[in-house]
Each structure stands twice: as structure tokens, then as C-alpha cells.
Design a protein around this ligand. Sequence first.
Ligand SMILES: [Zn+2]
Length: 74
Amino acid sequence: MSTKKIQYLSKYIALSEEGLVPRLECPMDQGLLMPNIDLNDTIYLYCLSCSYKTTIGSSRYDSIKKLVKSRSSD
Ligand SMILES: [Zn+2]
């Protein structure tokens, strides 16, 4: 479920802004990466300040999900 994945990623980014988890940074300019879904239902992260775009593999997503779950009470 891609929408669920986006929710976890958004939550992860919120936690990273509080300094609770490592930030997802753009390797080009250290800009903040935001999650989105493309037409093929693939989750990717894009940089707000440059055109950098990267997809999230399932293993990377799983570790993000694990971190979010360990940091949130619900
Ligand atoms: Zn960038």
C-alpha cells in the first residue's frame, strides 16, 4: 500500500526534523528530501531545491518503518 508507505515516510521526516532519526538528505546539495509516488506506484524521494530524485528500495523502506515504529507510541 503506497499511501501507507508515504505516511511512514512523512512521519520519518517529521521525526528527523526533531532530530530523533537521521535526516534524509539530498546527496547533491543536502536539501530536504520529500516522499512522493510516481505513475507506476513507485515510492521515491525528491529534493525540494534541486531536481535530484531517488527511489526507495524495500530494505531501505523497512528500516525506515522500523525506526518510525520504535520512535512513536501508537
Ligand atoms: Zn538537492
